[in-house]
Design a protein around this ligand. Structure first.
Ligand SMILES: [Zn+2]
Length: 80
């Protein structure tokens, strides 16, 4: 298979399994689909992923990374 794809970390997790690692084709066309690396769910289009990443402050995405690394042992972080 010559299916080249790149993995990246997205601030918004997979709606199915909550994983933040996504993959997208190396072409990264705006309408290319972004898939969860864990369960292969189609999460959104690359265009939307770029927008989500652009709108997310770096500090917040780092916090999300920490959440992932802590394996979500406390999900009581409800900021609403
Ligand atoms: Zn998933």
């Amino acid at each position: 298979m010559s299916d080249f794809s790149e993995e990246f970390r997205m601030p918004k997790g997979c709606p199915n399994c909550g994983n933040h690692m996504m993959k997208v084709s190396q072409a990264k066309s705006p309408d290319d689909h972004v898939y969860c690396t864990s369960c292969n769910t189609e999460v959104c289009a690359w265009e939307e992923a770029e927008r989500i990443m652009a709108e997310t402050p770096r500090s917040e995405s780092e916090q999300l990374i920490e959440d992932v690394m802590n394996n979500k042992k406390s999900s009581e972080d409800d900021d609403r």
